[in-house]
Design a binder for this molecule. Structure first.
Ligand code: AMP
Ligand code: ZN
Length: 141
């Protein structure tokens, strides 16, 4: 299978074997390796082999393959590291904190007392605003 690549992308270089990684797994469409700046022990990444920056441009079947690989790594992390929980996280665009514009899912084991902050507190929304945005999104699906 041939994949779109970007010569200046670090994940494309890892896929091509031009940069090293601590590889966990690979299949035709995906690769999983350890994050080199782990937020917590066991922090890993499930990565599309092809260069697609964000969720809106990647083919859906490749996104599904990345999800499958993320699940596989998550199960191994849960069974082996027995964390207290585990987040799957995928960021799109600088505003969402994406630093590598090549689609990937973080597999992030959580441990009691860790300082990772991903959760927000519940504040009930304005129903009219929720409904209006719902209608705009439905029209775009
Ligand atoms: P994001 O900020 O969601 O784009 O995540 C990019 C992740 O890639 C960060 O957690 C980085 O630590 C990680 N990363 C960057 N370069 C490498 C590398 N060479 N090998 C492994 N992980 C990397
Ligand atoms: Zn890339």
């Amino acid at each position: 299978m041939s994949h779109p690549t970007d010569g200046s992308c670090i994940f494309c270089k890892i896929v091509a074997g031009q940069l090293p990684c601590f590889k966990l797994f690979e299949d035709e469409a995906t690769i999983a390796f350890m994050d080199i700046n782990p937020v917590n022990p066991g922090h890993a990444l499930a990565v599309a082999k092809g260069h697609w920056p964000t969720v809106d441009v990647i083919p859906p079947e490749i996104l599904a393959a990345v999800a499958k690989t993320a699940q596989r790594v998550a199960k191994a992390a849960m069974n082996t590291l027995t964390p207290s929980g585990l987040n799957l996280l995928q960021s799109n665009g600088e505003g969402a904190g994406q630093s590598v514009p090549h689609l990937h899912v973080h597999i992030l084991p959580r441990y009691p007392g860790d300082k990772v902050r991903l959760n927000w507190t519940y504040t009930p929304g304005d129903k009219a605003e929720i409904e209006a945005i719902c209608n705009r999104l439905k029209a775009a699906l």
